[in-house]
Design a binder for this molecule. Sequence first.
Ligand code: AP5
Length: 190
Amino acid sequence: MAGKKVIITGVPGVGKTTVINEALSKLKSEGVEYKTINFGSFMFEVAKNEGLVENRDQMRSLDRTDQKRLQQRAAQAIAQIPGNVMIDTHASVKTPKGYLAGLPEWVLREIMPDMIILVETDNDQILMRRITDETRSRDKEGARAIAEHQEFNRSIAAAYAMATGCTIKLITNADHLLDLAATEMADALR
Ligand code: AP5
């Protein structure tokens, strides 16, 4: 039987990777397994080998043609992975020239997801998480700009659902309520 393909998205700093790790540890104890794939890591490996970037946060500013080429290569590689696969990526990427679709038609055609999960929370909480995360070079933007990005992601997710027939699941990852978000994600993945 073919495995499930689930795409997890959310604006940078919303905590999607944190929720994924918690949800997977809950599922593992029940024998439900997913391979987690970070779409950005696939893109980054190729971009780094080509000498285009030194860190993953620089990818958002690459030329659009390069970003699209890297997306396509990542999608083709990920499509070959068998079993239940969870793909940690972005519904849209904020670039200096505007929003870039994270899952354009040529990516969706390769992956054909069963479900897209949008991890969200209050804009102020995301702002604080970005400010206090010293491991990354986060975009400096205010709560209003973060709100716009979260709204844009809902809109573009609707287009992805129309194109593939996948479902869209919204999960809130609020401060101090990580376990609730992880439980909701695990329920959706079972
Ligand atoms: P990627 O690495 O996926 O980007 P990212 O947005 O930076 O994702 P992170 O994993 O760093 O953030 P997160 O939201 O998962 O937060 P985290 O769990 O760390 O991709 C890198 C790049 O690849 C992108 O910028 C883009 O250029 C490119 N890319 C990727 N996909 C693409 C695509 N499809 N098309 C084109 N380009 C693409 O948590 C953040 C902080 O919050 C942590 O400090 C954590 O402790 C805290 N936190 C989390 N949950 C809670 C909670 N409940 N309460 C309190 N604090 C919390």
